[in-house]
Design a protein around this ligand. Structure first.
Ligand code: NZQ
Ligand code: ZN
Length: 387
């Protein structure tokens, strides 16, 4: 097993009715920026619950954080925080609002142009230089509620860039599974597939000695396979909703990646498809992952065979199992309502592979994946195979 440090200071407050606890979770006397997205919280009653729980606090509201949050939008919140001397941020939303708040938190005291946080991928580690924040999660998917990473889009340059650091864990996150009742099917499908792929990025590498991590990863995959299609049809079923929400958090709160190699190339390529075409994050993963597993078959076949045997109960020889495991994954994505070809989302794809390869080249990304052997040539093949 590889050496590791496990640090996760987020106080995760899980279950029905937990939004009430905001009253004690938010620091006394804090002046709060309540950040939210396009307004779903007004329709499903979450805004009212939050406001009731925060009676007595001074609150400034900032709405309009879009899916795949924009640097340009977030900078407006940074100005408000400076002007109004706000000392705590509450993110009420999905991954986009939470990621947006992580950027706002880091940008307020950043010395220099905050765009550098994204373009130079500045690591944010100094707790004295960030605005503390908490979250009320409304969409299980990203794990952003219990990790210190985020992804922000620069609208002007169409770049979608990841950043983070140990100072960007939420102080607390309230995860009430009943909030998923109002999610459109598309977002429920996205959530299941995003979480599933998060596990795959940290699991589907090569055989190693992280036996416990493998078993943990497989258990999350099996849970998502079992409940995913059902939760889309029955989001008010509490057993399904709570297992869905907890699986999404566990998929990307750092635990299963400790001491093991990780890939993340599906995400890196997928972010480009969102930046170029506005395709939902999870849907880009369903487009890229199957091609990536095929192009990187030799590197990944040991683990693909393990995945096939343990997660899908496949039998036969390892090569056959490994291939069939990819088919089963695609089948699952289809069951979850995902298209798995780029041409299902855009007709204007013929230059996509070259565009992405050029971008990676400019950024100096020569080799991605757990063995850094996903060369630019391989990226090109992966994207072209996904057309
Ligand atoms: O904006 P509002 O009106 O709230 O509507 C949102 C949005 O339109 C809606 N929604 C959220 N909760 C709802 C709801 N509608 C009804 N009822 C509710 N309870 O859902 C839409 C999508 O929301 P969004 O936050 O964009 O979705 P998601 O949580 O999937 O987040 C995606 C973003 O997270 C990033 C992605 O790249 C993308 O930008 N990711 C963040 C990660 C992280 N921080 O660790 C990891 C992920 O891999 C991912 O990259
Ligand atoms: Zn993701």
């Amino acid at each position: 097993m590889l050496n590791f440090e496990l640090y996760n200071p987020t106080n995760l407050v899980f279950g029905k009715g937990q939004i009430e606890k905001l009253q004690t979770l938010v620091p006394k006397d804090a002046k709060i920026l309540l950040a939210y997205g396009g307004g779903s919280i007004f329709k499903n009653g979450i805004y009212d619950q939050v406001k009731t729980a925060l009676k007595g606090f001074e609150i400034v509201e900032f709405g309009g954080i879009e899916p795949n949050p924009h640097f340009e939008t977030l900078m407006k919140a940074v100005e408000i925080i400076k002007e109004q001397k706000i000392d705590f941020i509450l993110a009420v939303g999905g991954g986009s609002v939470i990621d947006g708040v992580k950027f706002i938190s880091a940008a307020v005291h950043y010395e220099g142009n905050p765009m550098e946080i994204l373009q130079k991928r500045i690591l944010i580690t100094d707790l004295s230089k960030v605005i503390p924040f908490g979250t009320v999660l409304t969409l299980p998917a990203t794990g952003s509620e219990m990790n210190s990473g985020a992804v922000v889009t620069i609208e002007a340059t169409h770049e979608k860039l990841a950043f983070g650091g140990s100072a960007l864990f939420p102080k607390f996150s309230i995860c009430d599974p009943t909030v998923i009742a109002s999610l459109p099917k598309r977002q429920l499908q996205n959530g299941v597939v995003d979480a599933f792929t998060h596990v795959m990025e940290q699991y589907l590498t090569y055989p190693h000695e992280g036996y416990l991590q493998d078993r943990l990863a497989e258990s999350i995959l099996q849970t998502l396979l079992e409940i995913g299609p059902k939760v889309v049809e029955n989001p008010t079923d509490y057993a399904l909703a709570s297992n869905f929400m907890w699986s999404c958090t566990m998929a990307l709160n750092g635990l299963i990646q400790k001491g093991v190699p990780t890939d993340w190339a599906t995400h890196m390529i997928g972010h480009e498809l969102t930046a170029l075409y506005g395709i939902d994050h999870a849907r880009t993963l369903a487009v890229i992952a199957p091609s990536l597993y095929k192009v990187m078959f030799e590197t990944k076949k040991g683990k693909l065979a393990q995945y096939g045997k343990r997660v899908f109960n496949l039998t036969g020889n390892d090569d056959e199992i490994a291939k069939e495991a990819i088919n089963k994954t695609v089948e699952f994505f289809h069951t979850m309502g995902m298209e798995t070809k780029l041409s299902d989302y855009t007709k204007d794809f013929s230059k996509t592979a070259d565009f992405i390869v050029n971008r990676f080249d400019e950024r100096g990304w020569k080799g991605l994946g757990e063995k850094q052997n996903i060369t630019l040539e391989k990226v090109k093949s992966i994207v072209e195979m996904s057309y």
